[in-house]
Write a protein that binds this ligand. Structure first.
Ligand SMILES: Cc1cc2nc3c(=O)[nH]c(=O)nc-3n(C[C@H](O)[C@H](O)[C@H](O)COP(=O)(O)O)c2cc1C
Length: 216
């Protein structure tokens, strides 16, 4: 996975200092090595002043939920009273324009069904697209797809909507293949393997840390 260094980072993150502590997470588009954020003040940051990473997902047989949950739990490592970010995970059917507008970064996670993103995920975008259009420019996002055998078209669809919103792709998209190609397998509950959950966790952690640092 690749990292992209946005101009904003070159200008510096005003309130936080970075300490390089780990090896780079592959595929995260920051251009920086990964880091931990340490606030320059001991003051806890008011909840309203925090930047929110919003994870929106839909699932039918639980695969996508496990992926989103892995990203959420990893992202929450960057959450503390001193941290400038907060993490929210919402089902697509429960997410609306206010949730999108109040967030500063996004992870969109959906199954691929019938060579498209799941209908409920599309409904989320349908309900929020114009309310948010022109107001999210430059904010970071990542996309995660749970698919029986493909997933590319669902990814393209999400990326196209994100492009319309002028979001910035912060990490390579993730497609997790669940090998569901029969009716029986498609409708069976899924268990996502650990290496795939780890890929999702890397994206969640990197977005959260990047947002905390002002990288994106
Ligand atoms: C009606 C239906 C259509 C599907 N179409 C596709 C498809 O076009 N491409 C694909 O890769 N997987 C397809 N699948 C498989 C799902 O993507 C797979 O079961 C995935 O694990 C669903 O994610 P979930 O567990 O989060 O619901 C389909 C499944 C269903 C039920």
């Amino acid at each position: 996975m690749r990292l992209i260094a946005p101009a904003a980072f070159a200008r510096g993150a005003p309130r936080y200092s970075a300490t390089l502590t780990r090896t780079p997470l592959p595929g995260i588009h920051t251009g920086r090595r990964s880091f931990s954020a340490s606030p320059t003040s001991n003051d806890a940051i008011a909840q309203d002043d925090k930047k929110k990473l919003l994870i929106v997902y839909h699932t039918m047989t639980d695969g996508t939920r496990q992926m989103a949950q892995a990203a959420y739990e990893a992202a929450r490592k960057a959450e503390s009273p001193d941290s400038p970010i907060t993490i929210q995970m919402l089902k697509a059917r429960d997410a609306g324009p206010e949730d999108v507008l109040s967030a500063s970064g996004y992870i969109f996670a959906t199954p691929e069904n019938l060579a498209a993103m799941a209908g409920i995920m599309k409904d989320f975008f349908d309900r929020t697209y114009y309310a948010a259009l022109g107001k999210l420019n430059g904010r970071p996002y990542a996309c995660m797809i749970c698919a029986g055998s493909d997933g590319e078209n669902a990814m393209r669809q999400v990326d196209r909507i994100a492009k319309g919103w002028r979001l910035k792709k912060a990490a390579d998209g993730i497609i997790v293949i669940t090998h569901a190609q029969t009716a029986e397998r498609c409708h069976a509950m899924k268990t996502i393997e650990k290496p795939d959950l780890e890929r999702c966790a890397e994206v969640g952690e990197a977005l959260a840390e990047g947002m905390a640092m002002g990288v994106f």
